[in-house]
Design a protein around this ligand. Structure first.
Ligand code: ADP
Ligand code: TYD
Length: 202
């Protein structure tokens, strides 16, 4: 039996990650589709603490701990059991989001993010699709949803530009698992590109 694969989707808010994660899961059949922050009952509770309320609700340090706590629970309760059962896992965001978002907000905390990851998570995806797109277009898409979970999206366009560059740098620094996808295309075009790249790598 081939080893089950762990696939993640990353990118700025509104870049089409959720749409494409869903489409790849539907295409593969039998894959576990999950998301962060969240993906397990405990981590979904932590998600509410992170994504709703005053943007200044948490210090940067507390926020990193909450994202890491949520990820640890997600890994223990959802990701690892599914992989052990031979199921492919597709996650809409994972550790790269902490590296980029929390690293972008407070660059001096990037080392803390990396150390916490090493101690508490210690797992990288087998393959990561980073969907790259124009932040102005992505922001329009994202805010059009009005989900109420907009604590981060409230930070606006310059923040999204910084994040985009963070994801591009990350893709360059981990080419063995990251594939950059041009998200400025129709849903169908992006999905077929992802399907082709997936087949080539897995
Ligand atoms: P993310 O998970 O990255 O925030 P979503 O997949 O939720 O992004 O997409 C954000 C919004 O943009 C949704 O309303 C979705 O239907 C729409 N959308 C997704 N992909 C595309 C695309 N390629 N072209 C146009 N609209 C899209
Ligand atoms: P998500 O629900 O994926 O938002 P979107 O669909 O708009 O991309 O993620 C919620 C927000 O949490 C998003 O703005 C990114 C942020 N986030 C972090 O800052 N750090 C993290 O580690 C994760 C997983 C998400």
């Amino acid at each position: 039996m081939t080893q089950a694969k762990f696939i993640t989707f990353e990118g700025i808010d509104g870049s089409g990650k959720s749409t494409q994660a869903r489409r790849l899961a539907a295409r593969l059949g039998g894959a576990v589709l999950t998301r962060e922050p969240g993906g397990s009952p405990g981590a979904e509770e932590i998600r509410q603490l992170l994504l709703t309320g005053d943007p200044d609700r948490w210090s940067a340090e507390t926020e990193i701990l909450l994202f890491t706590a949520a990820r640890r629970d997600h890994l223990e309760k959802t990701i690892n059991p599914a992989l052990a059962a031979g199921q492919t896992v597709i996650s809409d965001r994972f550790a790269d989001s902490t590296r980029v978002y929390q690293g972008a907000t407070r660059g001096d905390l990037r080392d803390t993010v990396d150390r916490l990851h090493e101690v508490m998570i210690g797992r990288e995806p087998d393959l990561t699709f980073i969907i790259d797109m124009d932040p102005a277009k992505a922001l329009e898409r994202g805010l059009a949803r009005k989900s109420g979970e907009d604590r981060f999206e409230d930070f606006g366009l310059p923040f999204q530009e910084t994040l985009r560059h963070g994801f591009l740098a990350l893709a360059k620094s981990a080419p063995e698992r990251c594939i950059l996808i041009d998200g400025n295309r129709s849903e169908d075009e992006v999905a077929s590109d992802i399907a082709t790249q997936y087949a080539a790598r897995i």
